[in-house]
Design a protein around this ligand. Structure first.
Ligand SMILES: [Mg+2]
Length: 382
């Protein structure tokens, strides 16, 4: 339960070679991003309201039916992970791995309520914030000015979530969104990993290439064949050779390996889209697994839609196959809707249209084109 700090909380000194306005620009560009990810969120919410579950393997997902159940694991506690259970794994396999685990059906209203509470705490700090899933958010804490102060703020946030909600989270602090996300995953659960600019490459170099966003099992295997095991190996490798193997995505890969990611945090207060996505632990072409995952994602976007009192018109389905190949397909309704059954049907229609039968690495749903509904309108629309 001790916070982990990868690097001494030293402030990065920019090279002395920079003077005057260049120095100011460098300081201006010094971004400090926090990524916060709740630990085994659904399972933790269950344990928090049922203390008798503490310390036990808890699996949220489909009914295992003594090993004959269909469907997948949604989330599991760290105690269940110790048995090899992972999210998106078939529930029957989870049952084989740990028959005495406590299997619970998901209670989305409870998780949504906990999520609203977590995000409320985060928002209360006043930073630019982007919620990226039910239990994950980025904060742009650049205004605090330096990494030690950002770390102090992160520790406050983590304590507030633990004290007020009884839930734990892991936090990464870095100069970019991609690295902050890698850092939050670095020491889970209850981790705090700080990567100031001066320590960036030292942090990334020893990581397995799989940790780079977008590198899946297949790309990893290809890279291993080329003798590339770590991020450092990747950077030491001839770029032209990488482009020969991976095409243009090699350039993006190389940029991420250097920790470069220019994406900016988009404040989720102006909701432009609501999206949820899941990366499968094992690539899958099992229709049961895929459809039940899509249903989970659909419930989750609908919960957010209701919370934000919005109605949507456009739905986009995203499928990523191994090897960075991503397919998006959108469809717009002729009218605004907030009906979960409509979302589920539209998702299935798009899935049938776009899916080509290959194994899938990641799947996601995005809603966009919103209309705000106030409470009265919402009632009239039902
Ligand atoms: Mg999480």
């Amino acid at each position: 339960m001790v916070p982990v700090t990868v690097n001494p909380p030293a402030i990065t000194a920019y090279p002395d070679a920079l003077h005057g306005v260049e120095r100011e620009i460098a300081a201006e560009n010094r971004r400090i991003i926090i990524h916060l990810d709740m630990d085994s969120f659904y399972a933790s919410v269950e344990v928090q309201r049922r203390p008798d579950l503490a310390g036990k393997p808890v699996v949220i997902g489909a009914d295992p039916k003594q090993g004959k159940g269909r469907g997948v694991v949604s989330t599991c506690s760290y105690e269940a992970r110790a048995f090899g259970i992972r999210s998106a794994m078939p529930i029957s396999q989870a049952f084989v791995l740990c028959p005495h685990a406590i299997f619970l059906p998901p209670d989305f209203p409870a998780y949504t309520q906990a999520s609203v509470a977590v995000m409320g705490i985060l928002r209360s700090y006043g930073f630019l914030m982007e919620q990226v899933s039910i239990d994950e958010a980025f904060l742009d804490v650049s205004p605090v000015g330096n990494f030690p102060d950002a770390q102090a703020r992160a520790e406050e946030i983590r304590a507030a979530i633990r004290n007020r909600l009884g839930l734990s989270c892991s936090i990464g602090i870095a100069p970019s969104m991609a690295v902050a996300k890698i850092a939050s995953d670095f020491k889970k659960p209850n981790g705090l990993t700080v990567v100031p600019p001066a320590a960036l490459q030292a942090f990334l170099d020893p990581l397995p290439v799989r940790k780079i966003p977008g590198v899946g099992k297949k790309a990893e295997a290809l890279l291993l064949e080329m003798g590339i095991r770590t991020v450092g190996d990747l950077l030491g490798h001839d770029v032209q050779d990488l482009i020969g193997r991976f095409g243009r995505s090699a350039i993006a890969l190389h940029q991420l390996a250097c920790g470069n990611d220019d994406r900016e945090i988009v404040d989720s207060h102006d909701v432009k889209s609501i999206s949820r996505e899941t990366t499968f632990d094992m690539d899958t072409d099992d229709p049961e697994v895929i459809i039940s995952t899509l249903d989970l994602l659909a419930s989750s976007v609908c919960d957010t839609l209701a919370e934000e009192q919005l109605r949507f018109k456009t739905l986009t389905l995203k499928i990523r196959y191994p090897g960075f190949i991503t397919r998006n397909k959108s469809r717009s309704l002729s009218h605004y809707s907030r009906d979960p059954a409509t979302v589920r049907s539209l998702v299935r229609i798009l899935f049938r249209e776009v899916y080509d039968g290959r194994k899938i690495r990641l799947i996601g749903i995005r809603l966009s084109s919103f209309e705000k509904t106030d409470a009265l309108q919402a009632t009239l629309c039902l």
